[in-house]
Design a binder for this molecule. Structure first.
Ligand SMILES: NC(=O)c1ccc[n+]([C@@H]2O[C@H](COP(=O)([O-])OP(=O)(O)OC[C@H]3O[C@@H](n4cnc5c(N)ncnc54)[C@H](OP(=O)(O)O)[C@@H]3O)[C@@H](O)[C@H]2O)c1
Length: 278
């Protein structure tokens, strides 16, 4: 039998916090406290509270998971700080740096307190079904046991990798954090064209969704390079080649993806708080 995951203090249980929580519950999570003001309930044995101030002082989490919007994290730091002396903080916030978050926590701790340990992670929403991709970054102050705990928690909801440098988290966020949105957009657009070209909405939806899902599953199950899988679909002089000539033109997808991912990475850097955040 696999060991239960340690109790968590999950701060923010919206799209991403909720996706991780769903994944962790399926794997077996020790009784945890979930802070969120929109959820109606959480399944037993977990506890839902509306504010960080409502977490009992004697709760000893194995990990504190920060999953508010980056712009809203300031409001919870005072109440979270005492718990950060008992357990490492795992932040999934886009942009917010280890140094920035550590300073915010330290500001709410008595002088002379030990330095809280903050580890960053960038997960994505397929975590809710155990198919997530999370990249982590830990500062030198984090112990191997703390890194191992992060890996264990995040492996329970998908694949895990570690970045060597914190600045790599910006492009990671652009690729795997935001990436599911690009894939869903592809499905949406294929569906729209299908309908525009005369398919019923139901058929257009079915073929767009199953094509995205099947292509992704084949890529993972076969382990084959995506370029080879693309080549396998492309008959010389056939239909795919015509479409790819449009998509692969230098000013089409190569330029568009580059611009899109760089824009997302730039926003991640802005969200660090180093520059004004809109
Ligand atoms: N969504 C993704 O795909 C994804 C992927 C990777 C990382 N992330 C990161 O995950 C974080 C959360 O994103 P999200 O999309 O999950 O946002 P979200 O859906 O807005 O979830 C955040 C939740 O936290 C609640 N919350 C915030 N401050 C609170 C407080 N002081 N007390 C109680 N509840 C509070 C929010 O309520 P209010 O709305 O009332 O504030 C909301 O329910 C972000 O930092 C983002 O960068 C998201």
């Amino acid at each position: 039998m696999t060991q239960q995951l340690p109790p968590l203090l999950l701060v923010g249980c919206g799209q991403m916090g909720g996706a991780m929580f769903d994944g962790w519950m399926k794997e077996g999570l020790a009784p945890s406290f979930i802070i969120d003001r929109h959820r109606d309930s959480v399944p037993a044995p977990h506890h839902l509270v509306r504010s960080a101030d409502d977490v009992p002082d004697d709760f000893h989490p194995g990990m504190i998971v920060l999953a508010t919007k980056p712009q809203k994290v300031d409001a919870v730091m005072a109440a979270i700080a005492p718990f950060a002396l008992r357990a490492p903080v795992l932040s999934v916030l886009a942009g917010r740096t280890v140094g920035g978050l550590t300073d915010m926590l330290t500001d709410h701790l008595p002088a002379g307190s030990p330095m809280p340990v903050v580890i960053r992670a960038m997960p994505n929403t397929p975590s809710s079904i155990g198919q997530g991709m999370t990249v982590c970054y830990a500062p030198p102050a984090a112990t191997q046991a703390q890194r191992d705990l992060c890996t264990r928690l995040l492996r329970a909801i998908g694949d895990v990798a570690w970045a060597d440098r914190e600045d790599q988290m910006d492009i990671v966020t652009a690729i795997s954090g935001s990436g599911p949105a690009y894939v869903y957009l592809l499905a949406e657009l294929m569906e729209q064209v299908g309908v525009a070209e005369g398919l019923s909405p139901a058929l257009a939806r079915q073929i767009a969704r199953q094509t995205v899902a099947g292509a992704g599953a084949l890529m993972i199950r076969s382990g084959t390079d995506s370029a080879i899988l693309r080549h396998n679909v492309t008959s010389p002089g056939g239909t795919t080649q015509q479409a790819l000539e449009v998509l692969m033109a230098a000013d089409a997808w190569p330029a568009t993806m580059s611009r899109a991912l760089r824009a997302a990475a730039r926003r991640s850097r802005e969200l660090s708080g180093a520059q004004p955040v809109a």
